[in-house]
Design a protein around this ligand. Structure first.
Ligand SMILES: NC(=O)c1ccc[n+]([C@@H]2O[C@H](COP(=O)([O-])OP(=O)(O)OC[C@H]3O[C@@H](n4cnc5c(N)ncnc54)[C@H](OP(=O)(O)O)[C@@H]3O)[C@@H](O)[C@H]2O)c1
Length: 268
């Protein structure tokens, strides 16, 4: 899919997490098409395939669930912005994330906390670490949440709640940052054809599988919403419909409905 924007890419540097696969990899591909020269710094445990060792591409290899490793990684990102992505607005894409399928009472606290470390604490640390340079140079913080942000999500309870946090947090920060050159936006994909479900121990089937978007579609929709300065975007028409419906339902009913859908994703 070719990128549908007519305007030039307005960012001078890009920092993203989770560019090694799925939606993050598609973000890199789209951005490289928009501006092949833009410096890109990626944070993940594996390097994105074909991410060359040239000056304008920097791989920061980090396990974002580890607090100390995150701190070192943020120093490396700041060094990258000072030496390679010297001036102009910055696009920070907090994309890395994962979930685990199963009941909370059968899980252990350390496993649940690891989801919060990657999906939330890493986002907070990276956004806070880059905030001085974002305020100085301007830019956008794009957080990748999910349609799970719109209702409680039995069987992926902690994961879903991290995404609800990102949606609320993004709106609140955006409000606080009015009057500065920094914007915040939230991307809410639905089921997307990546390694996410496999890693989470879920099996995608039925309508969830048929309606799944490609990571390419998700990244393209996010970048269009970015250009339109949207506060949030739900990608795909079926996801827009489902999230709108969820906001009208009483919480108990919305939870039962999402529980029924998610119960079908249990791996056989
Ligand atoms: N796929 C879906 O159906 C779906 C739906 C809604 C929202 N999302 C969200 O979209 C985002 C991207 O997920 P995806 O679907 O593209 O899945 P994915 O293909 O599994 O990609 C996840 C990315 O996050 C990185 N990551 C995970 N844990 C990490 C850790 N501990 N440290 C550093 N990096 C880590 C992975 O890199 P390494 O493995 O190399 O570390 C990978 O690049 C996530 O936030 C996810 O919650 C996905």
């Amino acid at each position: 899919m070719s990128f549908p924007l007519r305007h030039p890419f307005p960012f001078a540097s890009v920092v993203l997490t989770g560019g090694s696969s799925g939606i993050g990899k598609s973000f890199i591909e789209h951005i490289e098409r928009l501006n092949p020269d833009v410096p890109i710094c990626n944070l993940s445990r594996r390097s994105p395939e074909g991410f060359s060792a040239e000056l304008k591409r920097r791989q920061v290899t980090v396990d974002l669930s580890e607090v100390a490793s995150r701190a070192t990684a943020i120093e490396q990102v700041l060094e990258f912005l000072e030496t390679v992505g010297l001036t102009g607005p910055i696009l920070l894409i907090n994309n890395a994330g994962f979930g685990r399928y199963g009941e909370f009472h059968r899980s252990d606290a350390a496993a649940e906390r690891e989801i919060i470390e990657v999906n939330l604490n890493a986002v907070i640390d990276l956004t806070a670490g880059l905030m001085p340079v974002l305020l100085e140079r301007g830019g956008t913080v794009m957080n990748v949440a999910s349609v799970t942000a719109f209702q409680p999500t039995p069987f992926i309870a902690t994961y879903g709640a991290t995404k609800a946090f990102l949606l609320h947090w993004g709106y609140a920060l955006r409000h606080e940052l009015r009057g500065t050159a920094v914007r915040v936006m939230t991307v809410c994909p639905g089921s997307t054809q990546t390694s996410f479900h496999d890693r989470a121990g879920m099996q995608v089937r039925g309508p969830t599988s048929r309606l799944a978007q490609t990571p390419d579609q998700v990244a393209a929709a996010a970048l269009v919403a970015l250009a339109r300065e949207r506060a949030h975007v739900v990608t795909g028409w079926s996801n827009k419909f489902m999230t709108k419906l969820a906001t009208f339902l009483p919480w108990g009913l919305a939870t039962r409905l999402s529980g029924a859908i998610l119960s079908h994703l249990r791996r056989a």
